[in-house]
Design a protein around this ligand. Sequence first.
Ligand code: GDP
Length: 151
Amino acid sequence: MEKTLVIFKPSAMERGCVGQILARFQQKGLIISGIKMMWLDEAILREHYSHLVEKPFFPHLLKAMMASPVIVVCLAGLDVVNVVRMMTGSTNGREAQPGTIRGDFAMSNQENIIHASSTAEEAVVEIGRFFKPEEIYEWKPEYMDFIYSSL
Ligand code: GDP
């Protein structure tokens, strides 16, 4: 099954809403294939946000992403990249639809609770950036047959 990367940013860690958001993903029927806590450093953030390094807000983004440890999660499921992006909502929390994670938890462009991979290709690269191969588990809970039974 397809996989995607989610990062619980320092805004989620500080506000103590990691459990609530992880519960949304599990309730939806997504499988946790990998999960760990880590501090991000400037080198990995420059790689991860390479499309933003020239932006004036980049130094602020760097500082915000290193304000606490983060939790990185690899989720698996059918069309999981698109499903998680839909559940995440627009970048700016003030513009994100209510019902999405950013729409329900964020009021900021920068402090927007989670990162989620944008495309399946990007997800492969991002999972490789944050996880060692042996940290990703290929498994499927038994009850998944009731969620994915139309396959
Ligand atoms: P995403 O894929 O929705 O996370 O959006 P981007 O890849 O465009 O941006 C990456 C992250 O940079 C966002 O999630 C925000 O945390 C941050 N960011 C994006 N735009 C802005 C901005 O205009 N100002 C600030 N301060 N941060 C931003």
